[in-house]
Every structure is written in structure tokens, then in C-alpha cells.
Design a protein around this ligand. Structure first.
Ligand code: DKA
Length: 135
């Protein structure tokens, strides 16, 4: 899975605002988040992954062990019950709502050459994002 490791920068984003709306991100946060080009640093030590994202809005670190359920707090403050697994070379991040007002979601990430592709699905909404390897 070494292809995921390293530094990435957001290059393209499609339908992300609709996705954020679907998962109930507040309007002001959506407005800021839709303009950002985050830098993402991915580190892998055995089954433990660290995804550290930096932007002018907020820095955020997600740490998980593959196939182990954990409680996640998203950059916009939602608390979810999550699990990340490796499926056919892709990392599939399943987020289950804890509170009735929140929404389930699946975020899938995979690498092809120097690009990392991300799909975010919630309800009937799908967003696509693409990161470029930065160094
Ligand atoms: C990505 O990896 C997307 C990460 C999903 C963030 C959820 C919504 C955050 C709103 C501030 O590029």
C-alpha cells in the first residue's frame, strides 16, 4: 500500500458542496471548505494509517487501524462510528451516523500513478476529488 504514502495536494473537486450539504455540514463551513486546496500527508506503519490534512481553514489528523472500528470526529465536528478497510487496492472508509441528524457515508481512495482519486458517497449524492502527488 506504499503508493498511498507521501504528500498530496487537492487538484480537482466535483460536487463536493452537494456532498457536504447531504452530510449536513453547516452553510458557512461549506462555503469555506469548498474553496480550499488542502495538503494531505499519508503515513502508514503496519496496519496503522495517519492522514494529516492542512488548509487555511483547519488542520485535521485522522488515525485508524485497518478493519478496526473507531469513533471519528470530522473536520466540521460530526462524530461518527467509522471503519477503514483495504478492498482491491482501494481504502474504503465507512462512516456510520451516531446521532439521528447525521448521515452515513462511504469515502473510497485509490492511487493511479501520481494521482489519488477520492469518491465520497452519501444517500444519492456522489462527489469526486483528485489529489496530485506534491513531493
Ligand atoms: C477529502 O479527502 C475529503 C474529506 C472529507 C471531508 C468531509 C467534509 C469536511 C467539511 C469541512 O478531500
Amino acid at each position: 500500500m506504499s503508493q498511498f504514502q507521501g504528500y498530496w495536494k487537492l487538484d480537482k473537486s466535483d460536487n463536493f458542496d452537494e456532498y457536504m450539504k447531504e452530510v449536513q455540514v453547516a452553510l458557512m463551513t461549506r462555503k469555506i471548505a469548498s474553496t480550499l486546496k488542502p495538503d494531505l500527508d499519508i503515513k502508514i506503519e503496519g496496519n496503522k494509517w495517519t492522514l494529516h490534512s492542512e488548509s487555511t481553514f483547519k488542520n485535521h489528523t485522522l488515525v485508524f487501524t485497518l478493519d478496526e472500528e473507531f469513533e471519528e470526529t470530522t473536520p466540521d465536528g460530526r462524530k461518527l462510528r467509522s471503519k477503514v478497510s483495504l478492498v482491491d487496492g482501494k481504502i474504503v472508509h465507512i462512516q456510520k451516523a451516531i446521532k439521528a441528524d447525521d448521515r452515513d457515508s462511504v469515502i473510497t481512495r485509490w492511487v493511479d500513478g501520481d494521482r489519488m482519486f477520492v469518491t465520497l458517497v452519501s444517500g444519492s449524492v456522489t462527489a469526486h476529488r483528485e489529489y496530485a502527488r506534491s513531493h
